[in-house]
Every structure is written in structure tokens, then in C-alpha cells.
Write a protein that binds this ligand. Structure first.
Ligand code: SAH
Length: 237
């Protein structure tokens, strides 16, 4: 059986410490005690580790050899803020599928009350990403950026990055074809809100040299589009 991975809360060169809910779970449910072995993720690296002492406040482990870790997909997802229950679902699934970074975007058609509440939601989104990373045995946790305006978000991509705007209005260029033409580098994928992108936003993307791509003739919900796009990307890059 594959072993569950724990994500270190703090660490030194030779030890890792698990606190909070992780410590409670290890101590209370798994009855962790000195000498037991676990796999621990420390700053993006997975190590075999042995418990030195365990309590519900802190489990301290000695780090042993590094195990091979899978790198995250070189994908940044610009995800327009939409209904929080669906947004949370999308963040969880995008994490399972391996994206490196999620940038919540305040799009023109993001509902006002959601845009206002987004900043306060970030901590929850980060927690969801962390739990999904652990559950899916990732060796890192994707970065969840603070919500930002589209103008800032489109400018994050570096020069050797492929910038792809998912648009239901695009009829010809498919995401798969765009990705097949890629030669290394990172991909940025942008998904619009429930009401879609405005003309002005589409213009901003074009100005910053983002390519419009389609997932096919059907109109997908934003979270479906996000998951489909990441799955296609993970097959092709
Ligand atoms: N404006 C649309 C709904 C937008 S769907 C409407 O008619 O109501 C939300 C987002 O999902 C879009 O902005 C786009 O990024 C993505 N999306 C949905 N269907 C898509 C498709 N067939 N191809 C590419 N992107 C799609």
C-alpha cells in the first residue's frame, strides 16, 4: 500500500514538525509514538521520517532519506471568482490534477458580493489546496495567490510562457492543438466567470498576446472548463 504523506508545518535541516490538526490526527487516531515511520513533505521534497516524540500539540520527526517526488504540472490557472461552492470544488480538483499555481481573478462579471468576499476566502482556499495536495499525495502544495484584478493577472506570465485564454467564442483553435505546438516552458490557462468574459477583457488578453482556445462547441460551466483544460494539459505537456 502507498503510504500517506504528511506536510511539515516547520522544519530544520534534520527534523520536521507537524502541528495543528495533523498532530492531533497522528497522535489520537494513528497513535503515533517514537520510532514509527512516516513520509513527510518538507519544502517540496519528500523524506522518510521517524517519530522522535509525539503529542497532540506537536509530532517531531527526524528526517531520513529523500524519496523521489513528482514535479507539479507547469500550469498556472487563472480562475475567475465564481460561486464559492463551485470555486472550492474547482480548487480541490485542480490541485489533485497537479497545477502549480491558482490565481483567483476578479473579472468584470464576477458577482459583486463574491468579489468583495474573495479576499477573506483565500485562507480557506489555501486550506482546501493543502488538504487536496495531501490526499492526492502531492509532494508540494499549489500556490493560491491573493485575488487580483485581471489586468495584474494577465501580466504575471513570463516571456517564454504559453498564455491561453479559454473562450467559448473561439471556434477554430483547440486547446489541444495549441499545447501540441509547445516547446517546454510554462502554461497559463485563464477561465472566465459564469457570465463569461466581457469584450473589454477579451481585448485586454489579446493585447497581452494571449491566444484564444476552445474546448469544443458546448458551453461548459467554469469549473468544468477548468478541469477539462487541466486534464488536456496534463496529457500533452
Ligand atoms: N458566457 C457564457 C458562459 C461562460 S462559461 C454564457 O453563455 O453564459 C465560463 C467560462 O468557461 C468561460 O469564460 C470560458 O473560460 C470557459 N468555457 C466554457 N465553455 C468553453 C468552451 N467550449 N471552450 C473554452 N472555454 C470554455
Amino acid at each position: 500500500m502507498t503510504r500517506r504523506r504528511w506536510i511539515a508545518d516547520t522544519w530544520t535541516a534534520t527534523t520536521a514538525s507537524l502541528t495543528g490538526e495533523q498532530a492531533v490526527h497522528l497522535a489520537r487516531v494513528l497513535r503515533a509514538e517514537a520510532g514509527m515511520e512516516f513520509d513527510v513533505v518538507v519544502g517540496g521534497h519528500v523524506h522518510r521520517a521517524v517519530v522522535e516524540r509525539a503529542s497532540e500539540r506537536e509530532v517531531l520527526l527526524a528526517l531520513h532519506e529523500e524519496l523521489s517526488a513528482d514535479a507539479a504540472l507547469p500550469v498556472t490557472l487563472l480562475l475567475s471568482v465564481f460561486k464559492f461552492d463551485r470555486m472550492e470544488w474547482a480548487i480541490e480538483k485542480a490541485t489533485e490534477l497537479g497545477v502549480a499555481r491558482i490565481v483567483p481573478v476578479l473579472a468584470r462579471r464576477t458577482e459583486k458580493h463574491l468579489a468583495q468576499a474573495a479576499e477573506k476566502r483565500v485562507e480557506r482556499w489555501r486550506r482546501i489546496a493543502r488538504e487536496a495536495a495531501q490526499q492526492s499525495r502531492r509532494s508540494d502544495v499549489p500556490e493560491i495567490a491573493s485575488p487580483m484584478q485581471l489586468k495584474q493577472a494577465v501580466a504575471l506570465a513570463g516571456p517564454d510562457c504559453m498564455k491561453l485564454l479559454l473562450a467559448e467564442t473561439e471556434e477554430d483553435n483547440s486547446l489541444a492543438n495549441a499545447l501540441r505546438a509547445m516547446q517546454g516552458g510554462d502554461v497559463h490557462l485563464a477561465i472566465g466567470p459564469e457570465g463569461g468574459w466581457t469584450q473589454e477583457e477579451l481585448g485586454l488578453f489579446t493585447q497581452q498576446e494571449w491566444r484564444h482556445v476552445t474546448l469544443g462547441p458546448r458551453i461548459l460551466r467554469a469549473e468544468t472548463a477548468a478541469i477539462a483544460a487541466i486534464s488536456i494539459a496534463s496529457a500533452l505537456i
